[in-house]
Each structure stands twice: as structure tokens, then as C-alpha cells.
Design a protein around this ligand. Structure first.
Ligand code: TXA
Ligand code: MG
Length: 310
């Protein structure tokens, strides 16, 4: 714990100087900066090579902090009570007197917010006088990081500090739900759709990216290992890496298992780890076995589809 305390202190001093720090969360690591500072938020976009029109999620420790920035509503309170802290992001209206930097939302009046569950990051957020804007800590369009070493692989020495909180427990980004008007899911993720439906007692639609992109993160190529991926494949050709959902009796060294027993939660946790592992070997192609499109399978298939976009 002492080690953690020292590292939290270090993070605070960098963040107070408007520098970026990578932070652990239960979903993926984030590249964090003071959400109230233009100078700090700008640095995130430069480091990630992220288009300015792609807004970032802001991370909070307490409801009282959030109340300063957003207008809360009934659906928010229902979901907050059930799922927070946890892997869910809410889209809410920004208050007129909020101090959120205009660069977080590209000057728009709606804000994505969440309460991460990782203990170290919670301790950090608790002692700061501002919330943290933090997109995933990867170069734009690349694979999201689920450990401190993944972040190092993405940025090398370009970022000042990585707060190490171990491997991300969920391993897949938060579910994003818009609560401006009728609730809509904008990104599938760490909380299954059926759980949200149950709590809100309605069938919340998943707002898939159409031709017109409403959420930049819905843009096609994303989560990419940089080599072609083909889905729904029964058997690999020589030289191809094969991702499977369930352990086979006969295994080969190019076989990579998301789960031993077809457990989709376990598969979600292993997805980015395995994609990164394969990326760092010399495969020309990745092929993936068909993955059931239920529960966490929906989010896994969504990520794989985007990772395979051309
Ligand atoms: O699990 C997560 O959500 C992780 C951890 C670090 O918290 N963060 C994350 O951030 O996945 P990022 O930037 O990689 O993905 C955020 C997504 C993007 O697709 C962005 O377009 C969308 O959220 N988003 C952010 N603000 C928004 C807003 N105001 N309206 C609509 N979409 C928004
Ligand atoms: Mg991301």
C-alpha cells in the first residue's frame, strides 16, 4: 500500500502540472488529465493522435463532484445506484456553469461521465480537486491497453507516468448509455444490455453506427492490431493465428483461446490481451471462430468487427 500511496502522490503532482498520467480502471487503462484544464486536455489529444471531434469520458469519485458539471435525471439515479462504481458511462447534459474544458466535448453541451471501480484510481480521484478526462490509453484506432506494460508499449517514454493497478478485471471498455432524451446504448461494453434493460424495465436500443457517424468512437476502424482479421472462420490456413472461444482437444501453437469453456465474460477479459499478443508475433492474418452473439458476446463481436474493418 505504501508503494501505491507514493505513486498516487506522484500522479497528483504530474496532474497538477497539467501533465497526463495513465490510470488503471476495471475496464481498460485510461490516459488521464485534468478535465477542467484546456492545456492538460489538449495534451491527451496530441499524445493519442486523437481527432479533436472525438469527445472524451470524464471520471469522477463522487456524486457531489459530478453535480457540479452535469444535470442529473431519474434514469441516471436508477442506473447509478445499481451499477456504480462500475463499467458504465452516462451521457448527460452539461451544466452552463461547469468548468469542464471545451476540448473534452469539442464545445458540445453533452458530457460522458463514469465512476471507475479500481481502488487505486478511486484513491487518486478522491484527492484531486478536479475530475479526470481519460480516453483509453492507446494510440487512436489501436488496441486498448489492459495492463501498465500495454500502455508502455503504446507510448514508450512519451507519457510522464503510468500508475500501475495490475491487470484490468473486465478488460473491455464501459457500456455507454445516453440519458439525454430516451435512453440509448451507444457502445456495448462491460455491463450487459439485458442487465440495463432489467433495471430500467424497458428494452433499451443499441444505436449502431450508420453511415452518418454520430459518435466518433463508432467510426469503423478501431481496436486494430494492424493485421487483417477475418471472422466466423472454421479453420486457419498455414501462417494464420486462430482465435477460439473454447479449448479444443487438439491444440496448435497458432491457436489462441479466449476462454477454456466458452465463458463469454472470461473471453471479453482476454480479448485485447490476446490481440496484442498475436500482434507482437509475426502472423500475416488473424482468423476468428464464430462467437455467440449473446451477453458479452455482443460486445466481443462488435470489437472484432471494428478491428477487422478496412
Ligand atoms: O471503459 C472506458 O470507458 C474507458 C476507461 C478508460 O474509462 N474509456 C474509454 O474512452 O473507452 P474512449 O475515449 O476510448 O472511448 C470513449 C467513447 C468514444 O467512442 C467517444 O466518442 C464516446 O465515448 N463519447 C465520449 N464523450 C461523448 C459524448 N459527449 N457524446 C457521445 N459519445 C461520447
Ligand atoms: Mg478507446
Amino acid at each position: 500500500m505504501n508503494n501505491n500511496l507514493a505513486n498516487i502522490k506522484k500522479s497528483v503532482s504530474f496532474l497538477n502540472k497539467d501533465d497526463c498520467v495513465a490510470i488503471p480502471t476495471e475496464t481498460v487503462y485510461g490516459l488521464a488529465a485534468n478535465a477542467y484544464s484546456d492545456k492538460a486536455v489538449k495534451k491527451i489529444y496530441i499524445l493519442k493522435k486523437r481527432p479533436k471531434n472525438n469527445p472524451s469520458i470524464v471520471h469522477y469519485y463522487s456524486l457531489n463532484q459530478l453535480k457540479k458539471d452535469c444535470i442529473l435525471n431519474k434514469n441516471f439515479f436508477i442506473l447509478y445506484k445499481k451499477f456504480c462504481p462500475g463499467p458504465i458511462t452516462f451521457i448527460l447534459k452539461t451544466r452552463n456553469d461547469s468548468n469542464i474544458s471545451k476540448f473534452v466535448t469539442n464545445k458540445k453541451k453533452i458530457l460522458a461521465v463514469r465512476f471507475p471501480k479500481n481502488k487505486i484510481t478511486q484513491s487518486l480521484l478522491k484527492v484531486l480537486n478536479y475530475p479526470l478526462a481519460a480516453p483509453s490509453a492507446n494510440i487512436s484506432t489501436k488496441i486498448s491497453p489492459v495492463s501498465a506494460s500495454d500502455v508502455r508499449e503504446e507510448f514508450g517514454n512519451k507519457i510522464k507516468f503510468i500508475l500501475d493497478g495490475g491487470r484490468s478485471k473486465i478488460g473491455l471498455e464501459s457500456t455507454i448509455i445516453s440519458l439525454v432524451g430516451k435512453p440509448k446504448i451507444l457502445r456495448l461494453g462491460g455491463i450487459e444490455r439485458k442487465k440495463i434493460n432489467k433495471v430500467l424495465n424497458k428494452n433499451v436500443k443499441y444505436h449502431k453506427a450508420k453511415k452518418k457517424i454520430t459518435v466518433p468512437g463508432q467510426s469503423k476502424l478501431h481496436y486494430s492490431p494492424g493485421i487483417p482479421i477475418k471472422l466466423n472462420t472454421k479453420k486457419p490456413k498455414p501462417g494464420e493465428a486462430f482465435i477460439l472461444i473454447k479449448k479444443r482437444e487438439k491444440s496448435y501453437k497458432n491457436y489462441y483461446y479466449l476462454s477454456k469453456t466458452k465463458n463469454l465474460k472470461e473471453a471479453a477479459k482476454n480479448l485485447y490481451k490476446i490481440l496484442r499478443l498475436i500482434k507482437n508475433k509475426n502472423y500475416k492474418n488473424i482468423v476468428v471462430e464464430k462467437i455467440p452473439n449473446i451477453g458479452f458476446g455482443e460486445a466481443i463481436n462488435d470489437r472484432l468487427k471494428r478491428a477487422s474493418a478496412k
